[in-house]
Design a protein around this ligand. Structure first.
Ligand code: SF4
Ligand code: SF4
Length: 307
């Protein structure tokens, strides 16, 4: 068997001092690749495994150094504005260092589980004092099962609390193997109606709901339900009642519900990839979030707004 530390995976960010991805202070490792295509995706750079070029137009001073540096002739200055022809860009990174104002960045790289573990261990003291640990997020944790298992095993063997954030869309054989090394599952509930789920994410919710019941009853893992709350999509009383009913009937009263208000971070990332922002809605009001929370709590569940 390959030793755990040398297993490789694709990672687009490692964020320390995270307080929204599980209990205590955590390090969140964001993995590349996702089987869903949520309209409101907050991490559009994570959809595929390939690295991506970010261009921060607001920093650019139009010096043209990147144009000269690109081996593929992908960059041009048109009417004083720098444009990258994404069909010619292979994210080689040659334009990053010549830029004097750090307006260009490659997001997504190959790392070994050992490298990730070393980074996670740096904050071990904070985990101990705050009840925190490591959280694998994405993208989708289940898309890179061997790498996820290697990182989680290394952490668990070092006594570090482990959590995964997941959309739950994977074969149970894959999911169940990862769960052996997981202390807490942060599970996304995007819509309780399968047709609406497909409309917003590209897939129905049958497998996802089947899996979450297995996570809770078969694998016997603690589950926190995470509901990205998207105005005009899933922020209805009907959807919240369906959620409350599902959790109380199919799972248990210890499942805490987190209602996560939509925010605009994903839009600026889409702009950094020089793509058109196709989805944008207002952030839900505090009063509306409270109404939704009250509906979930009417089922006797503990519901909070935020992570
Ligand atoms: S990442 Fe490479 S191919 Fe893409 S624009 Fe920069 S230099 Fe050109
Ligand atoms: S090198 Fe940087 S500042 Fe200069 S044109 Fe390119 S992106 Fe803009």
């Amino acid at each position: 068997m390959q030793d755990l530390e040398s297993v490789q995976g694709k990672v687009f960010n490692i964020q320390g001092y995270s307080i929204h991805d599980g209990p205590g202070i955590r390090t969140t490792v964001f993995l590349c690749g996702c089987p869903l295509r949520c309209l409101w995706c907050q991490n559009p750079e994570s959809g595929t495994m390939e690295p991506k070029l970010f261009f921060m137009a607001e920093k650019c001073v139009g010096c043209g150094k990147c144009v000269a540096a690109c081996p593929n002739g992908a960059i041009d200055i048109v009417d004083g504005k720098v444009k990258t022809d994404r069909s010619r860009c292979n994210a080689c990174g040659a334009c990053v260092n010549p830029c004097p104002v750090e307006a260009r960045e490659i997001v997504g790289e190959t790392k070994t589980a050992g490298e990730v573990f070393k980074k996670v261990r740096q904050d071990e003291l904070f985990y101990k004092t705050s009840g925190g640990g490591v959280t694998l997020s994405g993208g989708e944790t289940l898309m890179q099962p061997e790498f996820s298992i290697a990182v989680l095993r290394l952490c668990k063997e070092a006594g570090i609390h482990t959590a995964i954030e997941t959309c739950g869309f994977a074969k149970w054989e894959v999911f169940s193997k990862i769960l052996e090394y997981v202390d807490l599952v942060l599970y996304d509930f995007k819509h309780m109606d399968s047709a609406k789920h497909k409309e917003g994410t590209g897939v129905g919710n049958e497998l996802i709901l089947e899996n979450v019941v297995k996570v809770y009853h078969e694998a016997k893992k603690p589950v926190a339900a995470r509901v990205p709350t998207i105005p005009g999509y899933n922020d209805t009383a009907e959807n919240m009642h369906a959620l409350g009913k599902f959790i109380t009937e199919k799972m248990g009263m210890d499942v805490k519900v987190h209602l996560l208000p939509y925010h605009h971070l994903g839009e600026s990332k889409t702009e950094r990839m020089e793509q058109e922002v196709k989805f944008s809605v207002d952030t839900p009001t505090d009063a509306h979030m409270e109404e939704l929370r009250a509906i979930v709590e009417s089922y006797g569940l503990n519901a909070v707004i935020g992570g």
